[in-house]
Design a protein around this ligand. Structure first.
Ligand code: ADP
Ligand code: ADP
Ligand code: ZN
Length: 214
């Protein structure tokens, strides 16, 4: 199955993708993770993306489309995949269609802006393995230490409040129109974050139900 996870930054796409990936045994392709990795290792692409990412802007379409195209050609994508954080603009969605991706469904995780701000400001990520936590909603067993690899938990630079507002604006302007795009293709499934009261487990159950009923 080929699934897209759509939603605002901080809606819980990555968290849900990790669980669904395991239960369906298909990889998650996160453009955010790939760009952060490129930044860390200092590749040409990483250098191009740095300023955009730090300012809370989208990286140019052509850069992101290029990395996704390469990634989808790898062997482990043969039986399906989850796209987390891509596409984020109409031109990216059109490029994905032009690659012949033939997406099965688009899960849209709907969470209100106020709740998003709480989720992004409490988000902590492992410096070493990238695993995501939340200071209140999903804490690590030992504060500041990753359960999986004992790496240090840090706040992403772009999760600071000034950048968060910018990212939300960008989401509404550039990414939200994708709902209409996929609705027109009959692929959109909205999963409600229930005003932010849906726990990680409850949202996961809604997603599995939606996938099973399609
Ligand atoms: P995205 O990938 O959409 O940017 P994440 O999966 O990183 O979002 O989640 C953002 C933050 O919110 C993380 O700190 C995560 O632990 C927390 N979170 C995710 N889903 C929920 C939920 N249903 N309820 C409460 N907190 C959540
Ligand atoms: P979140 O889900 O919290 O917004 P991501 O990790 O998906 O965070 O993305 C972090 C940043 O990486 C974005 O703000 C943007 O700069 C860049 N990025 C990730 N995916 C894309 C994409 N599909 N198109 C353009 N920029 C992207
Ligand atoms: Zn870790």
């Amino acid at each position: 199955m080929k699934i897209i996870f759509l939603g605002a930054p901080g809606a819980g796409k990555g968290t849900q993708a990790e669980i669904v990936s395991k239960s369906l045994n298909i990889p998650t392709i996160s453009t955010g993770d790939m760009i952060r990795e490129a930044l860390k290792t200092g590749t040409e692409m990483g250098k191009k993306a740095k300023a955009y990412m730090e300012a809370g802007d989208l990286v140019p379409d052509q850069v992101v489309i290029g990395i996704v195209k390469e990634r989808l050609a790898l062997d482990d994508c043969k039986n399906g995949y989850i796209l987390d954080g891509f596409p984020r603009t109409i031109p990216q969605a059109e490029a994905l269609d032009a690659m012949g991706a033939d997406i099965d469904c688009v899960i849209d995780i709907e969470v209100k802006d106020e709740v998003i701000i709480n989720r992004m400001s409490g988000r902590r990520v492992c410096e070493k393995c990238g695993k995501t936590y939340h200071t209140e909603n999903n804490p690590s067993k030992i504060e500041g230490v990753c359960d999986a690899c004992t790496g240090a938990l840090i706040q992403r630079k772009d999760d600071h409040i000034d950048t968060v507002k910018k990212r939300l604006e960008t989401y509404h302007k550039e990414t939200e129109p994708l709902k209409g795009y996929y609705e027109a293709q009959g692929k959109l499934i909205e999963v409600e974050g229930k005003d932010g009261k849906g726990s990680i487990e409850a949202t996961h159950a809604l997603i599995m139900e939606a996938l099973n009923n399609r």
